[in-house]
Design a binder for this molecule. Structure first.
Ligand code: FES
Length: 83
């Protein structure tokens, strides 16, 4: 769902910005541009901030993997046509 139609900013964008540390509308404006055109979305965007009615829906911070697994390349498969 779009929160800010003017700047094509979705709910997910707002939730990610908050999960990465945005604390108030000015942070969201600086990071995403939300509410910087017509301003109609500012109140809704604010509802996603801590204490807002949608704050519980905020995503947890992204977790960096502590290791990378190397997956060996599989041998190519020959495809034969069967008559
Ligand atoms: S809808 Fe967000 S600035 Fe217009």
């Amino acid at each position: 769902m779009y929160i800010c139609v003017c700047n094509a900013i979705s709910e997910r964008h707002v939730q990610e910005a908050i999960a990465q540390g945005a604390k108030d509308l000015s942070d969201l404006q600086a990071q995403l541009g939300v509410g910087t055109c017509c301003g109609q979305c500012a109140e809704t965007a604010t509802d996603y901030l801590p204490g807002g009615q949608y704050a519980a829906d905020a995503m947890p911070p992204a977790v960096e993997p502590d290791h990378v697994v190397q997956v060996p390349m599989l041998a190519s498969t020959e495809i034969r046509r069967v008559a």
